[in-house]
Design a protein around this ligand. Structure first.
Ligand code: ATP
Ligand code: MG
Length: 660
């Protein structure tokens, strides 16, 4: 297929790209539509076949889906399996034993490789060690570790025993860890002494000590500590133990605990950009199936691929696309301890080149940061590196503005690689709406079409589907295997948050606003439901205005929120980070006017920001998402009463507080 752009309505459409098309798992739109049709016509047969083909079951399941207690759906409920068996032992049996499972690059550039056989041994040793301490199926473990082979070993060892893990991102404070330890009722903590990021050592064990001292964590019997840096740590001899001491002398074979498919594999707290974190509970069977299917469908993963997902294991992306999906599909994956800007902003591209990465998956926030940094330091620009082995690029976490999409497509993919803009959530377990590399024509800024078996739609407040072109609520009408099962310990909140009675009680409400293209039917997610503005009766997604701002060459990043306005109901308030230094005084006024006019020209006068505030950066969660709820409070001049413990850069709030 020639790699040319063509127009479809007003949109620029890009074909998937020659490197990705050949022999793709889903090759061509016909194949895609056939799968969708199969899932629609015969869901039972569709899922049954996939679950039999892609997972190894100890006890085969008979029933596919039990809907009797909707929305508490149960999948493959009488089947038994083990997630770690499916990720590790399966590879020893099918010829991957000596294949590299993980290429780990440390913050300082040191590279460690581990084969499937070695990984299996290490996981078995730790699982045996945990068993010897009395840990059993159903116990809960908090994992608070840096990106490391050991973090994967810890998660897999828990899975091997049926111990439910809850990974807490290493950037979270002691208070956040404490909340999660208490909520999940953990009896075990696995952590590291410190972590290395950008050349700096950051304590982890100290935060665990502090969290446990806050009270309410009496169930925690053991804290196992991975020695990463050797930095000094406080020690409670009765409770603390080095991970390597516990593993020493343990057998390197360990019979897995065969659990029911519905047994919780993990609980993961969402990032908290919209409120108190929810303990999203995932199953073993359905979740793992979805991890495998999306690796094959979305990333078209092949035995020769080197897959790199840059997400931290503290996020769901690091669960599905670092810990479980790549291993369950026998891939070789890259894992990275550090940050994309250390020692310079070329680190990602250097690593893609060095490790011959073929499938690269990252977040829009990283791309936007690198555009700015790579432009400022040309020697770090992707054009300086050999990226010829890349065949698929991906993004996740936020809508990607078309400007950033184009940069990624041109400079990193060299117009040869499709970008899979994967829409999904902690709750969905894996991708739900995404282009397929060997099939879907791409439109920058659109996550395109739902995966086979995902019955996504856009509805109004009463649950009626709206016509294409009209915005509404994104829902998924039929259950799918990878969906969350409940909120840990709070089934009522689960029902209210995701299956509201207003929509009938059995339809999944994603919480995002979206719109489908009139011509293609493609989905564009415009942001969270509460990120939709209503200016003088016109409904607009904040994302649209942000994209327009970022399309201006002087703007690096922008966030838009609504602010009550006497005249228009709601007014647009924009927070802008420029590629150059933050302007002040008359210069700020001049640039603000220029940007206001720009938006008026790009979208229309109605979208013109009433107010523009400039910052050095924006308040973000540790996963890199803009915290719009804080910006909303700032725009209204309210005091910040919300929990800011998940904020990456709290100092920025002061700078953005005052209208300039
Ligand atoms: P919380 O639910 O606690 O507020 P969160 O929603 O940020 O946290 P995640 O589950 O990590 O936590 O993120 C899912 C959300 O990220 C989606 O609901 C959507 O708003 C956004 N998102 C993820 N991927 C995409 C994408 N490709 N396009 C648009 N939005 C995306
Ligand atoms: Mg969410």
């Amino acid at each position: 297929m020639p790699n040319i752009e063509f127009d479809l309505g007003e949109k620029r459409v890009f074909p998937p790209g020659p490197r990705a098309v050949q022999g793709a798992a889903i090759s061509g739109m016909d194949a895609y539509h056939r799968l969708c049709e199969h899932a629609r016509r015969d869901p039972d047969g569709f899922w049954r076949g996939l679950a039999q083909e892609h997972l190894v079951w100890k006890t085969p399941f008979t029933e596919v889906l039990d809907e009797s207690d909707a929305p508490f759906y149960r999948w493959f409920a009488d089947g038994r399996l083990n997630a770690s068996y499916n990720c590790l032992d399966r590879n020893l049996e099918n010829g991957n034993a000596e294949k590299t499972a993980i290429v780990f690059e440390a913050d300082d550039g040191a590279v460690t490789r581990i084969t499937y056989r070695e990984l299996h041994q290490r996981v078995c040793r730790l699982a045996n060690g945990l068993r010897s301490l009395g840990y059993r199926k159903g116990d809960r473990a908090i994992i608070y570790m840096p990106m490391s082979i050991e973090a994967v070993v810890a998660m897999q060892a828990c899975a091997r025993l049926g111990v439910i893990h809850s990974v807490v991102f290493g950037g979270f404070s002691a208070k956040s860890v404490h909340e999660r330890i208490v909520d999940v009722g953990a009896s075990l903590v696995l952590c590291a002494d410190e972590q290395m990021r950008g050349g700096r050592a950051i304590p982890l064990k100290a935060a665990i000590d502090e969290a446990l001292a806050m009270g309410g964590c009496e169930a925690v019997r053991k804290v196992l500590v991975y020695r990463r840096t050797g930095g000094a740590v406080a020690w409670d001899a009765a409770r603390d133990e080095w991970l390597h001491d516990r593993m020493a002398g343990q057998a390197d074979q360990c019979e897995p605990e065969w659990v029911e498919a519905e047994h919780p594999l993990f609980v993961l707290y969402t990032s908290g950009s919209t409120g108190t974190p929810k303990g999203v509970q995932h199953s073993t069977g359905g979740y793992l199936l979805w991890a495998v299917l999306t690796m094959k469908w979305t990333f078209d993963i092949k035995p020769t691929d080197v897959f790199w997902c840059t997400a931290d294991v503290g996020w769901v992306t690091g669960h599905t696309y670092v810990c479980y999906g790549p291993l369950a599909t026998g891939a070789t994956e890259v894992m990275f301890e550090g940050v994309p800007t250390h020692p310079n902003a070329g680190r990602f591209w250097q690593m893609c080149q060095d490790h011959r990465v073929t499938v690269f998956y990252t977040a829009p926030t990283a791309i936007r940061a690198l555009i700015k940094a790579n432009d400022a330091a040309p020697e770090t620009h992707p054009s300086r590196f050999d990226l010829s082995q890349l065949r698929i690029l991906g993004t996740v976490g936020e809508p990607i503005n078309p400007e950033a999409w184009m940069w990624y497509y041109r400079n990193v993919g060299r117009e040869q690689c499709p970008i899979v803009d994967t829409f999904w959530q902690t709750e969905t377990g894996g991708h739900v709406i995404t282009p397929l590399p060997g099939a879907t024509p791409l439109v920058p800024g659109s996550c395109t079409l739902p995966l086979p078996g995902i019955d996504a739609a856009i509805v109004d407040e009463a649950g009626h589907e709206v016509p294409n072109g009209q915005g509404g609520l994104l829902v998924i009408r039929r259950p799918w295997p990878g969906m969350l099962r409940t909120i840990w310990g709070d089934p009522e909140r689960f029902r209210k948050s995701y299956y509201p009675v207003e929509l009938g009680g059995s339809i999944y409400l994603a919480g995002d606003g979206a719109v489908r293209d009139k011509v293609t039917g493609y989905f564009t997610v415009v942001g969270r439901i509460d990120d939709v503005l209503n200016v003088s009766g016109h409904r607009m997604g904040t994302m649209e205005i942000e994209s327009a701002l970022v399309a201006n060459p002087i703007v690096a990043e922008a966030a838009v929120v609504g602010k009550p306005d006497e005249l228009t109901g709601e007014a647009v308030c924009a927070y802008v980070v420029l590629k150059r230094a933050r302007p002040e005084g008359a210069e700020a006024d001049r640039i603000a006017k220029e940007l206001r006019d720009w938006v008026a020209k790009e979208i229309g006068p109605i979208a013109k920001p009433k107010e523009i505030r400039f910052g050095d950066n924006l308040p973000k969660t540790r996963s890199g998402k803009i915290m719009r709820r804080l910006l909303r409070s700032l725009a209204r001049g309210e005091d910040i009463r919300q929990d800011v413990s998940t904020l990456e850069n709290p100092a920025i709030l002061e700078q953005l507080r005052v209208a300039q």
